[in-house]
Write a protein that binds this ligand. Sequence first.
Ligand code: BG6
Length: 497
Amino acid sequence: MYHKQLDEFPTDFLWGASSAAYQIEGGAKEDGKGLSIWDKYAHQVGNTFKGTNGDVAVDHYHRYKEDVELMAKEGLKAYRFSVSWSRILPAGEGKVNQAGINFYRDLINELRKNKIEPILTIYHWDLPLALQEKYDGWESRKTIEAFVNYAKILFSEFGEKVKYWITINEQNVFTSMGYRWGTHPPKKQNIKTMFQANHYINLANALAITKFHKMVPAGKIGPSFGYGPVYPKTNNPEDVLAALNADDFNNNWWLDIYCRGKYPFFIKKQLENLNLMPEITEKDKAILENDGAHPDFLGINYYHGGTVQENRLQKPVIKDKEKQFNKVDPYLMQPKGDQAKNPEVPMFNSVENDYVNKTNWGWEIDPTGLRIALRQVYEKYQLPIMITENGLGAKDIVENGKINDQYRIDYLADHVLAMKEAISDGVDLIGYCAWSFTDLLSWLNGYSKRYGFVYIDQNDEQKGTLTRIPKKSYTWYKNIIATNGNDLSLLKHGEQK
Ligand code: BG6
């Protein structure tokens, strides 16, 4: 779709930036905070890059006023942060830690004082360790109950001060990393458990949203989902079909449940065949399908999409002598045991995209993919969308006290332009929170991979002065916000002021 002139961003567009508690706060054991699964996991040898952990992180817990001041100077209209569950409830349930409530209350007040809209994420991966140890975390319905109680505490404490709420961050990512690939806590590799835990998280999400609608009627709530559009490698109809499968498996599996309360039919059938479908009770169905359980807007975290093809390589062909054509039996494509481990094998095979560049960490750079993502999600679910994460992870170098991150400006400019195009197409986009405001701890990459507008002097040996230095991109974003994203000269590559 080509537009002679692009539409303007809405006047109340929420230009913001994001963070997550474990990645910035530090103060891991201070003022009554309980441990989270990440506090333990990051201290076990070999789990994170050079053993980096969030004990101190970037010390936002003590320096939040300085950070909010920097946000205000940049002109941020919104700031997305997450609450550490174990700071509020050290054991995940039971007694509330008043110091934890006070910390977030002070942060929210500070934001409001500076006219910055707080966007509160209830859960960004740091499950209280006590719940993991007592109930096996998300493998138990007990954790659903604990989550809803925790959410209720936040709704009653902050419901009047916070309008925008995110229930759960990237459920697709943390369930796969934690239960399939074994790279995040609880470091398991059992896909059946993954689907069951994922189902319980769906229930937790639906119940929390239902409660929210009763307790905070003026507020808006939704999950933040890690969305990637799926491209077929060629126009071979088999590749197109593979892309359809991958979109269902990677995206709709979550978004359909969030927005429609039902698992997508084709994948459900496939998982039933492989005995991988979670157990779902009639009561569960009622919880998920209840209208009040559906989001008011969708948070989309966008980094890149993916390309797939039909899984030719592993596809055995059985000669059907009678009919004289080649018949494919997808269930013969791999040994029986492995089918259940890799349910996507009969559906699609992920391949490289030849048309896009990559970051130093091998992530595809695809701004058009953002426009496509916005179009697809809006068309499917017709809900307002907020981009809750998008950004470039890069090694930043300080030279003469300055960080010239033109590469980040170029990346962000292309994505802001893609949003402007999507808005011109007709997408109801309400905000953009770049990842991230300050540099922060990357879960598995320490401080080598940086995303922030503000540099923080902290290294992988976790030694640094923690001094904050605004990067070149900070000023660029300040100008973007000041012109409401409508100055096209700021969206071109090159040397912007
Ligand atoms: C998202 C997460 O998946 O990606 C963030 O919500 C994370 O918490 C971000 O930091 C970037 O990931 P990484 O691995 O590059 O730090």
